[in-house]
Design a protein around this ligand. Structure first.
Ligand SMILES: NC(=O)C1=CN([C@@H]2O[C@H](COP(=O)(O)OP(=O)(O)OC[C@H]3O[C@@H](n4cnc5c(N)ncnc54)[C@H](OP(=O)(O)O)[C@@H]3O)[C@@H](O)[C@H]2O)[C@@H](O)CC1
Ligand SMILES: Nc1ncnc2c1ncn2[C@@H]1O[C@H](COP(=O)(O)OP(=O)(O)O)[C@@H](O)[C@H]1O
Ligand SMILES: [Mg+2]
Length: 273
């Protein structure tokens, strides 16, 4: 187990070249947010845009369009009931699952459309749907972001057994496509193909709904923008998420997910050398 340090931020976050444009920083497609859980995709998108993704589109229930635009006019919207194949195939990074409820049809269609070279981040309800329906993972650069109960549902490793790294690693290796596993908890762990990393920061002021949706959006923004630093870009996103929460916690009892996203541009500017 390797403990991550602030160095990961200097390693991944780079000063932008003058000769660049929005497409240089990645196209992200976010798929999620039923009528009940529209907030989840708004938080995904706030995080991805504030992390610096070049272009962000959100495929969601149409009842969420106005609220999303009110929070974030930078994002584009798509009706998630339409055929998303073209939108998926034009994205560099697809994030699916936050607030997706029981829309198994959308998970299946996304897994069918995704291509092997693309980054696919699977979060929230999509993880539960994969577990319940025993879906196979698609060929892609797969990242999964379960909290401990979602990981228990997916892997069969109970929350108590998750203290043993070897159990998690074995379960990860048994999947048909070996994903990068971001196992969320106090001191989140990141399982790459052959090594485990752990963040030393973060705390209970982060225990509030939408905190994981924000992390998933940050991972999308970091991986889309810092393509050449994969998978370190994932570690930098996880580290930054908790580092910002730590800073806010000095004078905030609870660190709201939307405040973490709002702090991202200034936070990242400190590391861009
Ligand atoms: N504003 C919005 O739109 C929001 C939308 N959201 C969306 O809702 C969807 C459902 O996501 P979810 O995580 O809330 O529900 P679920 O998968 O049932 O798991 C929760 C249960 O698991 C247990 N548990 C055990 N260990 C745990 C741990 N370490 N961390 C967390 N839980 C742990 C615990 O059980 P308990 O301890 O209560 O017995 C708990 O009751 C998902 O798509 C998400 O994106 C949310 O983001 C909120 C804001
Ligand atoms: N006590 C804690 N210490 C550190 N981080 C925490 C703590 N509780 C929750 N978190 C973080 O908050 C996030 C919660 O994710 P998740 O349960 O998926 O939230 P949601 O689905 O509501 O957005 C994870 O990144 C987790 O590591
Ligand atoms: Mg979650």
């Amino acid at each position: 187990m390797k403990k991550l340090t602030e160095d990961i931020l200097y390693q991944v976050i780079k000063k932008r070249p003058e000769q660049s444009h929005k497409a240089s920083y990645g196209r992200v497609l976010i798929i999620g947010g039923t009528q009940q859980f529209g907030g989840a995709v708004i938080m995904n998108a706030l995080a991805a845009v504030n992390a610096g993704a070049g272009l962000v589109s959100v495929a969601t229930d149409p009842s969420n369009f106005t609220a999303l635009h009110a929070h974030l006019p930078e994002a584009m919207v798509i009706d998630f009931n339409d055929d998303l194949t073209d939108d998926i195939q034009h994205a560099d990074v697809v994030l699916i699952g936050s607030g997706l409820g029981n829309r198994l049809d959308i998970v299946e269609a996304t897994f069918d459309a995704i291509m092997a070279r693309q980054i696919l981040i699977v979060d929230g309800s999509a993880l539960t749907l994969v577990a319940e329906n025993k879906l196979s993972w698609p060929q892609s650069q797969l990242i999964i972001t379960p909290h401990q109960m979602e990981w228990q549902r997916l892997s069969g490793v109970t929350i108590n057994e998750q203290a043993f790294e070897a159990f998690n690693m074995l379960a990860q290796q048994r999947m048909n496509v070996q994903p990068i596993l971001v196992l969320k908890q106090h001191h989140t762990q990141i399982y790459t193909l052959n090594q485990v990393f752990e963040i030393p920061n973060g705390g209970p002021y982060q225990a509030t709904g939408g905190m994981g949706d924000t992390l998933a959006g940050m991972i999308a923004g970091f991986t889309a923008q810092f393509m050449l630093s994969f998978p370190e870009s994932i570690m930098a996103a996880v580290y930054a998420h908790s580092a910002i929460a730590d800073e806010l916690s000095k004078n905030h009892y609870v660190t709201l997910p939307t405040k973490i996203s709002a702090a991202l541009p200034e936070f990242m500017s400190r590391y861009a050398k």
